[in-house]
Design a protein around this ligand. Sequence first.
Ligand SMILES: *[C@@H]1O[C@H](CO)[C@@H](O)[C@H](O)[C@H]1NC(C)=O
Ligand SMILES: *[C@@H]1O[C@H](CO)[C@@H](O)[C@H](O)[C@H]1NC(C)=O
Ligand SMILES: *[C@@H]1O[C@H](CO)[C@@H](O)[C@H](O)[C@H]1NC(C)=O
Ligand SMILES: *[C@@H]1O[C@H](CO)[C@@H](O)[C@H](O)[C@H]1NC(C)=O
Length: 377
Amino acid sequence: MDSSYNKNIVFLFLLLTTNLLTLFVSSVFYSSSCTLSFSTTATAAANATTFRLLPPEFLAFTQAQLLPLGFNRNFGSDTIHPPAGSGCALFSDELRKFMSYKVNGSCPDDELISQKLLLKGCEPLPRRRCRAVAPLKYSEPLPLPDSLWSTPSDSSVVWTAYTCKSYECLINRSKTQKGFDDCKDCFNLHGRERNRWTSPKSNGLHFSIDEVLGTRKPGTIRIGLDIGGGAATFAVRMRERNITIVTTSMNLNGPFNNFIASRGVVPLYLSISQRLPFFDNTLDIVHSMHVLSNWIPTTVLHFLLFDVYRVLRPGGLFWLDHFFCVEEEFKQVYKPLIQSIGFRKVKWVIGKKMDRGPGMKEMYLSALLEKPLNNSW
Ligand SMILES: *[C@@H]1O[C@H](CO)[C@@H](O)[C@H](O)[C@H]1NC(C)=O
Ligand SMILES: *[C@@H]1O[C@H](CO)[C@@H](O)[C@H](O)[C@H]1NC(C)=O
Ligand SMILES: *[C@@H]1O[C@H](CO)[C@@H](O)[C@H](O)[C@H]1NC(C)=O
Ligand SMILES: *[C@@H]1O[C@H](CO)[C@@H](O)[C@H](O)[C@H]1NC(C)=O
């Protein structure tokens, strides 16, 4: 037996100790009959371990819950299994920290640990029965439309998880700090953010919002999603055109979600791994800049692109903005991958990515893709 087989057994064992089993048997292992017979025999043995490994609040949350009014035809069941990510059980130490609190008390100030847990695959995080940490003296946001382009008050944020402890520090960060920090200069609303997507630039990779909207009948792009939208300037620009955009973002060393909400557009705290919480064929536009790129495992990206295709309505637009990778990878992997999903190309521009030097042979793709109006299944 090779080691990956052994790993699978350990993994399965951990799963068996939780209510996630049902979820997993149906989603991953359904086709494997040997797994199913294994699962029934291992349940009892795993039970003792269950309570040592996993925190009681986690089990309380994920436990099967009977519907008080009995069998529900919509569910096809009399039971709910409240969901938590399949990865939760793999990180029992962190999960124990996350789920240790006094019920009906205050939650620990633990944004970092919860975000790590989430990014590794414990997504959705389980709910908690405690009150999240809040700023001591909260300042209410500015009224619209002033909020769209104003730096929010520092007292709208719990700063514990970040190296910066103020918006001024975050704004200074682009000037003072070398090295990589996600979206380093996007808290400065008077710098680069001010001009994003307002006019096309010479290298062709920067489409403008008006140019993209101009490819459709006026008014037909109304609602959409920006994946990994940083400070949500895309959503703000779209709001100025009466288009509603929801922006997904993590809080990677900065209070992105608070900032987005303070500006007056909707943040969605969701990683790139999770199924998009929208129904099939509903959104007019999905945009993503810099995020969907070669740092994402190819299989994850493949699922993700199909999910974008799913939530877009027929005729909807996918604006893949500055996707980056190494030139050779593009030919071998990404170009065929992106082309295989079924989108129609409206615009497709390739350019060199030079910020790490020409020796890296990196490149960008900016594409405007359309889900076909007919036969788009
Ligand atoms: C597992 O153990 C718990 C507590 O020790 C017990 O209440 C439960 O009935 C056991 N379940 C099974 C399937 O053995
Ligand atoms: C829950 O906490 C609130 C606020 O501290 C308190 O007023 C309430 O009595 C508590 N309820 C229970 C059942 O402990
Ligand atoms: C930000 O930069 C300005 C000017 O360089 C400086 O005066 C100020 O102290 C800095 N603030 C913080 C919080 O770093
Ligand atoms: C947005 O909607 C408002 C209210 O309906 C309208 O007055 C305004 O002209 C619209 N703006 C744009 C750019 O369409």
